[in-house]
Write a protein of this length. Structure first.
Lengths: 356, 231
């Protein structure tokens, strides 16, 4: 990776000397030789600013050589008639070295600052994730330790119904826990930019279908309404990720609204995009709660306790942003919350017509 | 106690996972052969001639996908893949390499056993010759290309029939986008996923009771589709 830019730098030093030479030849009839030297100096400074010190020195040497050969009397030789031209050469080299050194130190500082910023960001993400892990994982782990040790140590003394209930509870907790761990991993990958999205033409109807199937149990106590226009266009998205984004919004509803709440999933087509909305009509959210949720959704941070919620919403938002969409939350007049995100529309791909 | 004692090969390096698989499969009456490495699994597949193989994708020595390729060189036995959530790509690769279905870790045994049953059923009675397909009030005669829903005739286009027939051949199991596109439209269209989206919607509109929440023409997001037919 390093070799190529360096070669480019040397190519530019040759180019810069050549351009300066052409300018010098054009200037020669009307300008002093000293001014031609200035043109060469400019060429050297430009190369020193943009490329490595090696390239700058090369530019300086090339410039001095061509300047000497073409413009310094006696012309057509590399010998120097006047002593003052030696000073010109020395200054040209010195300028090349000084400028490239300055540029290098500025570059190094910028790089250090960037890596410091990344480090700080990584640290912030790490502590936010740790906070959410310790908060959300402790209870399920405690339940699992208790229930499984009861089974292992005194399973034979428990009646079958009791045994089954304990085992079922372990299974439930494990599933939640594994979801949680998956979310933490997902968030880490999203925030560190390690996520690659694989776009393909996708039907949002199928996304809704597959989310509802996956969350069937969790949404069983809620009343889910789906509003999908029949002529919804296909979108070019990473289906797996957008399925997660929508799923997280629905899980959020399931977790934070009472049973029997109406949850509406709506997909609407607009001029350049589609809007996916998850609305609940729970109406019970206090101003403070809403503000907190809203902040998590909008800033995409996983900070604070109750990380499960924050994490799910933050992941949703990060996924939507990867798709060049927007995500936001609104209060519904009359009580309720709406989470919305957009996905850009692209011209529909060609489809052969079938006669049948 | 079960009369039909099918042999299941489990290729999985984690002993704790083999332990519960052994227990769950044993209770259902299957004979279980265990291999802790990919190479061992390839050998056991040859010597024990199992009726079905369960292959973990993350093995220490060989890639799970390679194990599937090696088995596929000589055997059509159903293969079910165990994959982690982070192995999206590998999972699809495994299916395209010849695996019949997958289960995501962590999974409940109920889910795995359902997949095992579907795959064994398919192996015993290869669905290629199944003339009739029934699900949710729809009856499709693949041989004579006739379809009815709730007793009424439904018109299906030739491509819709072909798509349905391809899904039916693997009834109960997942079929990848690539497989469906290749079978129905030909290898030059293997990446034209939008064809599938549009035709699957047409099929659902014509055959499903609730096309928004289909019960039989099911989407496997990012992977493909699964036909859940009546047994």
């Amino acid at each position: 990776m390093r070799g190529r830019p360096q070669l480019v730098g040397y190519a530019w030093s040759i180019g810069a000397a050549a351009v300066a030479t052409l300018a010098g030849i054009a200037m020669q009839p009307r300008f002093d030789v000293v001014n031609i030297a200035m043109v060469y100096l400019l060429a050297v400074v430009i190369v020193a600013l943009r490329y490595t010190r090696g390239a700058a020195i090369a530019a300086a040497i090339l410039s001095v050589a061509t300047f000497d050969y073409l413009f310094v009397p006696p012309r057509g030789t590399f010998s120097v008639g006047d002593l003052q031209y030696l000073l010109t050469f020395a200054i040209m080299l010195a300028v090349a070295l000084i400028v490239s050194r300055l540029v290098e130190s500025v570059r190094r500082q910028a790089a250090t600052q960037a890596s410091l910023a990344i480090e700080a960001e990584t640290e912030r993400i790490r502590s936010a994730l740790l906070a959410s892990i310790s908060h959300d994982l402790r209870t399920p782990l405690a339940v699992m330790a208790g229930a499984s040790s009861s089974l292992a140590e005194s399973g034979d003394r428990l009646d079958p119904a009791e045994r089954q209930a304990l085992a079922a509870s372990i299974f439930r907790q494990v599933r939640d826990l594994s979801d949680q761990v998956a979310k933490v991993l997902q968030m880490t990958r999203l925030e560190t930019g390690a996520m690659r999205i694989e776009r393909d033409w996708t039907s949002l109807g199928e996304i809704v279908e597959s989310v509802l199937a996956r969350l069937r149990e969790r949404l069983a106590s809620h009343r889910v309404i789906v509003e999908l226009p029949d002529d919804l266009p296909l979108v070019r998205i990473d289906a797996t990720l957008v399925e997660q984004a929508l799923g997280n919004l629905l899980e959020n509803c399931a977790k934070h609204t009472p049973p029997d709440t109406v949850v509406r999933i709506r997909v609407q087509r607009r001029a350049g995009d589609v809007v996916v909305t998850v609305e609940d009509y729970a109406g019970g959210l206090s101003d403070a709660d809403f503000a907190r949720l809203f902040a998590k959704f909008h800033h995409g941070t996983a900070e604070g306790a109750g990380g499960g919620v924050g994490l799910g919403l933050a992941i949703c938002r990060a996924i939507v942003r990867l798709h060049d969409g927007q995500a936001w939350a609104e209060r519904i007049p009359g009580g309720g919350t709406a989470f919305r995100f957009t996905l850009p529309l692209e011209p529909a791909p060609a489809m052969p017509q079938e006669i049948g | 106690m079960p009369s039909n004692r099918a042999t299941v090969l489990v290729v999985e390096d984690e002993p704790e996972i083999r332990r519960f698989l052994r227990a769950a499969l044993g209770v259902e009456g299957y004979r279980v052969v265990e291999s802790a490495t990919g190479r061992r699994g390839c050998i056991d597949a040859g010597t024990h001639k199992p009726d079905l193989a369960i292959v973990d994708l993350a093995l220490p020595d060989l890639d799970g996908v390679d194990v599937i390729r090696r088995i596929r060189e000589w055997s059509p036995m159903p293969i079910i893949v165990l994959s982690a959530r982070t192995q999206e790509r590998a999972k699809i690769e495994a299916l395209d390499a010849g695996a019949d279905d997958y289960v995501m870790k962590p999974f409940g045994v109920g889910e795995l056993l359902a997949r095992v049953r579907a795959a064994l059923r398919h192996a015993v009675r290869p669905a290629s010759g199944v003339p009739q397909l029934r699900f949710g009030g729809a009856i499709i005669d693949l041989e004579h290309r006739r379809a009815t829903r709730a007793g009424e005739d439904v018109h299906l286009t030739p491509i819709e029939f072909r798509l349905l027939a391809t899904l039916a051949k693997h009834a109960g199991m997942v079929v990848t986008h690539r497989e469906l596109l290749t079978q129905v439209w030909g290898p030059t269209h293997a990446a034209d996923t939008h064809y599938l989206r549009i035709y699957m919607k047409q099929l659902r509109d014509k055959l499903e009771r609730d096309p928004v929440r289909p019960a039989h023409l099911v989407t496997e997001t990012g992977v493909g589709y699964r036909l859940v037919a009546d047994q």
